[in-house]
Write a protein that binds this ligand. Sequence first.
Ligand SMILES: [Fe+2]
Length: 332
Amino acid sequence: MLPKTQLNPPFNITRASHVSLTVTDLGASRDFYRDVIGLVVTEETADTVYFRGLEESVHHSLTLYKTDGAPLADQVGFRVQTDDDIDRAAAYFASIGIEHRRVDKPYQGPTLQFVDPVGTHIELTSSMDVVERKMQNYNEFKAGAPQRIDHFQIVTHDVQKATDFYHTLGYRLSEYTAKDNTDELWGTWMEVKGNTHDLVFTNGRGPRLHHFAYTVPDASALIHAADVAGAYGLGHEIDRGPGRHGISNALFLYVRDPDQHRIELFNTHYQFIDLETPPIRWDVSNPKRAQLWGMPASARWFFEASEFADQPVEEPLLAATPDTLEQYLQLH
Ligand SMILES: [Fe+2]
């Protein structure tokens, strides 16, 4: 069933803003995100690297932490409007029994972490240190020249529960996938910032972070990123694309980092603000939802994702299995 957006939510989330990952070889991952993707290194220490997009004036939108254990998704980050929104979020979560804690994070204002009802580790912050915006430093554009972080996709065992929860926080459905002419939700694309999505949930073993995404300036930047990945001998780490999504109409390229975390570069989404606009429904049997040109994604893209620390992965409630590239090639 399609939930209704809470237009006066308990606190004000403004956008997808930052993500943190753990990595096994900090130097290799720094080189990957700087040279193969083209992000800007804001700061580097012995165990942490902070990156931002060229257009971003915040200190970081991607943080990598060195780990001696398995590489994991750490926190998926959103901005709230003011410090008061952090207080309101804490009060709201306490009132509905959501596990949460305040944390001190370098370069960030008041910060609150919580675990959502499907187990996703979410971090809210109200501000970050301001640094130089490099959007006109064209001499520093490399690879895909990513401009700004845009959205996250999470694999979850219960898309309905996740979608219901985020609608109570003010998120709004722009597009969704469902089975057999019903509204039984397989995937939901939800936004708070006025384009098609800040946060996506898709059906599968979860919670796991499927990807985080940065916008690139234009289609040629996307192709250049693929060329650069190939030139570094990393063509096999492009696990999907270039292509165009039916959902959101974006050109896309997905690349796996040295620990197999997945980043998407894309250009671009459409505006989604007017409240009377209904969400677009796609049947999960329609391959054009994921690839407008018709070729399905690889099994690797569909089924591999990054787990969160100490968060058990649950089997999906829905038995919907998308067509994969491997099946398509066997049939044609
Ligand atoms: Fe995406």
